[in-house]
Ligand binder design. Sequence first.
Ligand code: AMP
Ligand code: ZN
Length: 111
Amino acid sequence: MSDCVFCKIVDGKIPSNKVYEDEKVLAFYDIEPKAPVHFLVVPKQHISGAGDINGQNSGIIAHIYEVIARVAGEMNLTSYRVVTNNGTDAGQTVFHLHSHVLAGRVLGGMA
Ligand code: AMP
Ligand code: ZN
């Protein structure tokens, strides 16, 4: 998608601080970290958000969680939070599916 910031990062048109990459996903550090460790995992294919997951594309979700477990393990993270915001009212600002991975401090309760 030409006007999507994460598609531009995937295509290398916008630089990112990469954590992990394979043929299906890219992980990179969030530009405005909310915790000492804060990276994002995005599918290389443009999917607008969690609300666009269906029977055809849901395999990417399993893969994203596999990547999170692998990267978190490599970083020796035992506690971390995985967050996906869907929709403006939930705080989604980039409409390309992404999982936030937050760690490195006591994160407290949710919502
Ligand atoms: P959300 O608000 O859940 O849609 O999350 C979007 C996240 O993308 C925010 O935490 C932003 O800080 C992050 N972000 C936006 N642009 C960039 C960028 N160019 N590189 C890294 N992270 C970004
Ligand atoms: Zn995109």
